[in-house]
Each structure stands twice: as C-alpha cells, then as structure tokens.
Unconditional design. Structure first.
Length: 320
C-alpha cells in the first residue's frame, strides 16, 4: 500500500517546464537572452530590453550592479521617449496635455526580439495603444546589443513611422558595480575623462528639473574621485563635456571599464544614496529645466525626426 501510494504521489508531480509555462512569475527566468563570445557573456531581459549581466569570462568579474531593491531595483533601464522628468510629469503637444513619467515608458514595456545570433541580439518596441495614450506617435524603437572582442556595443535606432515629425529623446542608464574587485572600496575608484575638463554640473531642483545655472566641479582635470556623498544631492548632470569617453579606474587594480559615447550631447552620472554602483548615462535629451514651457517641441535637447527617417546612436563599454 505504501509503495502504491508513493508511486501515485510521484506521478502527480508537474514537470518544471510545464510549471514555467503555467506561472508567469517564474517564466521571467525563461525569457532572459544570453549572448557571448570568447571574452564576454551578456544577459538581456526583453522586459525593457534591459541589461542584466556583463561578465568577463577570463576573470569571472561581473561589471553590472546587482539591482538590489533596497537601494535601486533597476540595472540598466533604457530612457525613451524622454530623458529625465517633465515639469509636473506633463507636456503639451498640438494643444493637448499628456502625462508621462520620469524617463518615459520604454523601460516598462516588453520588447520583441527581431534578430538574434550567438554574439548579438536586436529587440524592438513599436507604438501600441498604451504608448499612444501618453505619446501620440507611431514609431519603431530598436536596441541592438553586439559583442566584439572585449567590447559591448549598444545601438539605439528610432524610426518615424508617422506622417508628422517625431519629437523624442533617448538615453542609457547602465549601473556599474563598485567596488569591482575584492579588497577594494568604493572610494578607491575614480572616473577618468578622455579629455581635460573644465566644466560645471547643472543642479536638479527638488522637483527634478534642471536649474538655470551650473555649479563648478571640474577644473583642468581628467579625473573625478568617486565617493558616495557626490550623489547625495542627486545626479551630476553635464551639458558641455569635451570628452567622448569616461573610464572607471583604480590605482589598486588593473580592472575597470571605458564607456564611449560620441554623439550623445548630455551626460548624467548618478548613484542611489550609499549604494555600491555608479551610473554613466549618455543622453540624447535632458530633463525639463525649471523655466520649461511644457511644449514638447520646445523642450531642451529634443530630437526631431522627419517622417520615414531613422535616428541612430551607439555607445560602447570596453571591459578590462
């Protein structure tokens, strides 16, 4: 009797693959996309087309933040069709008002895989009813992740599928883990700008808007030492960087990375309070300033794409 009862119990188990199909909570693990080459392994989540992991195979080093929700639950959200926040989370277009949250909606949308190989994947978001309710335009937004040697290339393509001009912004928000290696601390690292910088940062108001005057920060230097207190007043926002690449380095280790961002006119550097990461954020667009009119087509840093045209920008992360 015991044997018969035991067998009946075993036969009632549900195969794990069926369980994953039946319960979406667990299915998120099944949807992750991995690409790799001889040097790197990268994982992408189709939800938001968000990077989840960047690992060098020879060292086993993970370069991306863990996404600890106690500090900040994201890892590398994609910013589209706005960067930063709107004044009162509202903009006007063609005489009508729309509500759109900070950094836009792409990071919350499910992307469709349009091409995939061992070393690359492309994911696309097209307009739908939900996006048109808050952003009345027809578009394709495609993100390609491509591995070449020890470099991850990330390309954004925005295609105007509408009959009218498409106003938009787009940007990156990757969070890199610090300290990167054992026996180092956050303060052992610094940012290295590939050109000498003398420039200030543009403070953010309590409501998240850009103030009208910069505050001095960098004076005839390539380096910005990292310390967690740098970000206690929110992000460091740059409008006038001479540099086209920023590296994370330390005098205590040869490991780090370089993020190259030619073609992105704005830059944000940020970390959640006391968290073990730093974001290097190349932007084609910027948050509303405190004097913004609210008209989308008058917004600072807005890009305008004619019907049928394609906009493309690429940033790269070289991991060492």
């Amino acid at each position: 009797m015991l044997r018969k009862k035991y067998l009946t119990k075993v036969q009632s188990f549900v195969p794990i693959t069926d369980y994953l199909r039946r319960y979406p909570l667990y299915n998120s693990y099944q949807t992750m996309i991995e690409i790799s080459n001889e040097k790197l392994t990268v994982v992408v989540n189709p939800q938001g087309a968000e990077l989840q992991s960047i690992v060098r195979k020879d060292t086993g080093l993970e370069y991306l933040w863990s996404g600890d929700p106690a500090f900040w639950g994201k890892k590398s959200p994609v910013l589209f069709p706005i960067v930063g926040g709107l004044k009162d989370n509202t903009y006007r277009y063609n005489g009508q008002s729309y509500t759109l949250g900070r950094h836009g909606f792409a990071r919350e949308q499910l992307f469709t895989v349009t091409a995939q190989g061992t070393e690359h994947v492309s994911l696309r978001l097209s307009d739908n009813k939900n996006t048109r309710d808050v952003y009345p335009f027809h578009f394709n937004f495609t993100i390609q992740y491509l591995l070449q040697d020890d470099q991850l290339q990330v390309t954004y393509q925005v295609e105007n599928k509408d009959e009218k001009t498409l106003p938009f912004s787009v940007g990156a928000h990757p969070a890199f883990k610090l300290p990167l290696v054992a026996n180092t601390t956050y303060e052992d690292y610094f940012l290295y700008f590939n050109k000498e910088e003398t420039t200030g940062i543009w403070p953010l108001s309590p409501g998240g808007q850009i103030e009208m005057a910069p505050v001095p920060l960098l004076q005839h230097t390539h380096e910005l030492p990292l310390k967690k207190s740098l970000f206690y007043q929110d992000a460091l926002v740059f409008k006038t960087l001479a540099s086209t690449a920023i590296s994370i380095k330390s005098k205590l280790t040869s490991h780090g990375l370089t993020l190259a961002f030619e073609g992105f006119p704005y830059m944000g550097i940020w970390a959640a309070k006391d968290a073990d990461f730093v974001c290097i954020e190349p932007w084609c667009g910027i948050a509303d300033n405190v004097a913004a009119t609210g008209e989308l087509e008058e917004k600072e840093g807005i890009n305008r794409l004619a019907p049928g045209e394609l906009f493309e920008r690429t940033w790269t992360a070289t991991l060492f």
